[in-house]
Design a protein around this ligand. Structure first.
Ligand SMILES: Cc1cc2nc3c(=O)[nH]c(=O)nc-3n(C[C@H](O)[C@H](O)[C@H](O)COP(=O)(O)OP(=O)(O)OC[C@H]3O[C@@H](n4cnc5c(N)ncnc54)[C@H](O)[C@@H]3O)c2cc1C
Length: 398
């Protein structure tokens, strides 16, 4: 079988891999993207990913340049206010609310929220319009050999590909990272996240609310209204056994637990989807590149879902590579890949560390630690300059 020639092979067609394929293709590179799992693009599909992703301001610039934003903008729910609420007192009720309003730092919302299944559908629509990008679902990367001048990839359909660069976007257990012998450092919390969709009796007014009590944050992220009803997606983090017990409850018991945990912030909540359960870890690859290979997204870094940082860090990886590509004709050289590692490493390390601290604070069980957490939030929110610095840092403005 003839060998396929390309500039970039993207291994992994999750949201990060598909976005990378569009972005590199829009910049004029020939791209092949492979993934063993065909993407699920319908909410009702039993294997649909019921999470949503909030793209923050800097991510939008990358999506516009890649020609993806045109496909997404009509489906966007803006996030104007990030509300942090503390419910860590003796009674299960909100005792402190701190609003972070995007209008204090910019003329735009903090970000825009989209269901993951919809993102996959629109990314595939964008790829359809790019003649230099080929997506191969049902095909995986099975072997990688690199030399100074090229990467040779063996695919599960017996084809082989010669590429200037392999971009590993194949997830937290990245096979490409293993093939390169790059290790990872992993932090475990004994925690899981439940992700699902709810309807609620009160409108969300484009406010995303994160409620802290114990076990981890409970976050409501706005979705568009539908058929006269208000909707939000929820990520509810708890210790592993508690999350499992919640996921196995009959619907009426789950709805009761859900409304107790939400402290009534959007009125009465009703579960409107299946529940999906996600293990929570932090992880960093020891290096962001190998010969003729760059690691991006969860192949390079994993963090708990707090402050919508995960995929936004992945878009920063893609943007960094695009900027480096624009300075050279050979996009896979060692010097380019070394610069990629040096440019991205400090930001990734700072965010993995910062989100780790926030998650441990949100998990706090003891009343004294919970009181300390509330004092920290009060101080951060009460001082306008500090509040603005926190908002800019959360946005990851580049
Ligand atoms: C509950 C939850 C909520 C989240 N919410 C947000 C949010 O609001 N905002 C945000 O920015 N981030 C969020 N995140 C993080 C975000 O979801 C992840 O960063 C993102 O999904 C990771 O995408 P990925 O493409 O790197 O990995 P994955 O989605 O895991 O994709 C990896 C792909 O690689 C493929 N693959 C595996 N092996 C091979 C192989 N051998 N060859 C080729 N392909 C292969 C897999 O089939 C898969 O499709 C959240 C995470 C969780 C758990």
């Amino acid at each position: 079988m003839a060998r396929i020639e390309t500039d970039i092979l993207v291994s992994g067609g999750g949201i990060a891999g598909l976005t990378a394929a569009c972005a590199f293709g829009a910049a004029g590179h020939r791209v092949i993207c492979v993934d063993p799992a065909p993407p699920v693009t319908e909410a009702a599909d039993p294997s649909s990913d019921l999470r949503s992703t909030a793209f923050l301001q800097p991510a939008r610039d990358t999506l516009i340049a890649a020609g993806i934003w045109d496909f997404l903008q009509d489906h966007a729910t803006p996030l104007q206010i990030m509300r942090l609420a503390d419910a860590g007192g003796e009674a299960n009720e909100i005792r402190k609310v701190a609003d972070f309003d995007a209008s204090e730092v910019s003329g735009m919302p903090f970000g825009w929220n989209f269901p993951n299944w919809l993102l996959r559908r629109e990314l595939l629509n964008r790829i359809d319009g790019l003649a230099n990008v080929r997506f191969m679902p049902g095909v995986s990367t099975t072997a990688l050999t690199t030399r100074e001048t090229e990467a040779l990839v063996r695919l599960s359909n017996s084809q082989s590909v010669r590429a200037s660069l392999v971009v590993a976007a194949d997830g937290r257990n990245s096979p490409v990272r293993s093939m390169l012998g790059i290790g990872v450092k992993t932090w475990r919390y004994g925690q899981k996240a439940l992700a699902f969709t709810v309807s609620h009796t009160d409108p969300h007014h484009n406010v995303s609310t994160e409620i802290h009590r114990s076990g981890g944050p409970f976050t409501l992220v706005p979705l568009p209204d539908r058929d006269g009803k208000h909707y939000s997606s929820i990520v509810w983090m708890e210790t592993g056994p508690h999350a499992k017990a919640l996921s196995e409850m009959p619907p009426e018991d789950f709805n009761a637990a859900l409304n107790a945990r939400s402290c009534g912030v959007l009125g009465k909540l009703t579960l409107e989807s299946r529940l999906t359960l996600w293990p929570i870890i932090s992880q960093m690859a020891e290096r962001l590149s190998g010969q003729r290979t760059a690691l991006v997204a969860e192949a390079a870094h994993v963090i708990p879902p707090i402050g919508a940082q995960g995929l936004n860090m992945s878009l920063a990886d893609i943007q960094c590579l695009l900027e480096l590509f624009s300075e050279t004709d050979d996009i896979g050289t060692q010097s380019l890949l070394d610069r990629y590692h040096r440019k991205r490493w400090p930001d990734i390390k700072a965010r993995v560390t910062g989100v780790d601290i926030l998650n441990r604070a949100a998990m706090a069980e003891s009343p004294s630690l919970r009181d300390l957490r509330m004092k920290g939030l009060t101080s951060l929110h009460g001082l306008a300059p500090l509040r603005k610095v926190a908002m800019q840092a959360g946005l990851g403005n580049r």
